[in-house]
Design a protein around this ligand. Sequence first.
Ligand SMILES: [Ca+2]
Length: 209
Amino acid sequence: MAIPADNWNFQKGDLSGYTHQGRVGVAQELRGLVNRKYLPFSSPYMAYIDDPWSADSTDGTRTQSRHLAPAWDGGGLQIPNRDGTLTFAGDGAYLECPQVVAQRGQQLCFWYVFIGCDSLDCNDFALLELRPPGAAPERVLICDIQMLERLNPGKPTQSREWVQFVYPFAQDFSGDVRWVVCNGKVGLPGSAEALAWPSSLLLDNIQLL
Ligand SMILES: [Ca+2]
């Protein structure tokens, strides 16, 4: 399959050519915190991975499947933080391009906005995973709430504008490429707080160059 030539910037208005788990969809417009409006990097559609708008309980968790699939279980992911602690995943979502083939020297490029909807000690995060069959995935952090804090001190939940992400292939690659978003909690696996106030990755213009 590879990156869908007819849906690399979600121009079809759906997720055809991709697989996904959890709350993933396409939109022409979304509103984040403080009613900030997000538009696609290239019109008319962008994808969103995980769904802050689905938190429908007063504690920030999701009590019902409002309009999409239930949340993905997060796969037991954990990421290292700069201070030596770990962030443990609660629930989340992912979007995947199956069976991507890239040669050494090529670059995977895409544009994203990370809408962080939680605090530094919860640290929801977004990862790029390169998943060759039969081998451990390579994981690259795209953004997390602690990164937003470093970029915009005192306002970690204020998301950035569209940012380009470039992953250079250091060797030939064949496998699935996955964008993962997880609700998180620092230092404490299995915490109920890791199920609260999900964040989202907006994604657009995926290219292999
Ligand atoms: Ca959260």
